[in-house]
Design a binder for this molecule. Structure first.
Ligand code: SAM
Length: 238
């Protein structure tokens, strides 16, 4: 806990680039201004927001482990901006982040993996109730299920990594995703300061040559794999 607080204070001191200041790449400038901080320009559908608030009030798991409204909205904006050929999510939980990801780009097939049978079932029910997109929830161990769906992952995908928060599995999952990447992909990692292990995993994946830009928002990290971008590590107070 002390380590996290220390890291948070250090993050605040090392952040620059709010609203794109000091970012020279037009692509990145557009991403920071038009996607990260454009909370007014892209409004999340009211039905999704209503469902999130209802489940937050009813379930401690959602309050504790699901994305917050702010980060759910961010997932929605990234998904809407990127328009991937496929979205892959590791760690469905009860389906809150899945809803945001899918409603940002309802035409995009989304595959989500969850190990807990009850949560996977509730997530499926939630998708049937209010998700506009095509979502497949794969219930089972992450290693096995990722292996099953890996061959389906197209070159232009968006991934959200939010399950099994330990160093070795996180690095292994992101490696598998990166191996499928074409010219442009986006990988979002949740809880990059959740533990020393998760932070080590984040730093390691940021150092890979395929990862051109890493954006550290403290609670989430975004990896942009786009071949024409220069290697850059950015910290932003979000
Ligand atoms: C933080 S929760 C996901 C929350 C969800 N992304 C959201 O924001 O609504 C992480 C989920 O990953 C699942 N998980 C953790 N380790 C796993 C593993 N080895 N295999 C499959 N699922 C796993 C847990 O059951 C849990 O529901």
């Amino acid at each position: 806990m002390c380590w996290r607080i220390f890291k948070y204070i250090s993050h605040l001191f090392h952040t620059r680039h709010r609203h794109g200041h000091g970012i020279h790449s037009p692509y990145l400038f557009e991403f920071v201004n038009g996607v990260l901080f454009n909370s007014l320009g892209t409004e999340v559908p009211g039905a999704i927001l209503k469902e999130h608030l209802k489940l937050r009030a009813a379930y401690a798991f959602v309050r504790r482990s699901s994305v917050s409204l702010k980060y759910g909205f961010l997932l929605y904006r990234i998904s809407r901006w990127f328009q991937a050929q496929m979205i892959i999510e590791l760690g469905t939980g009860m389906g809150i982040s899945t809803l945001y990801l899918s409603s940002g780009s309802p035409e995009t097939p989304l595959h989500s993996i969850e190990g807990d049978g009850e949560r996977a079932h509730m997530a499926s029910q939630l998708m049937n109730k209010c998700c506009p997109g095509q979502v497949s929830i794969h219930c089972g161990d992450m290693d096995e299920k990722l292996e099953d769906v890996r061959h389906l992952i197209p070159p232009r995908y968006m991934a959200f990594v939010d399950g099994n928060h330990h160093y070795a599995p996180t690095v292994a999952y992101v490696r598998k995703l990166v191996e499928r990447a074409g010219d442009e992909c986006v990988i979002v990692m949740d809880d990059i300061y959740w533990s020393r292990g998760m932070h080590r995993a984040w730093k390691e994946v940021c150092s890979w040559p395929e990862v051109r830009v890493s954006i550290d928002l403290f609670h989430m990290g975004i990896l942009l794999l786009r071949k024409d971008l220069h290697k850059q590590k950015i910290k932003i107070k979000f």
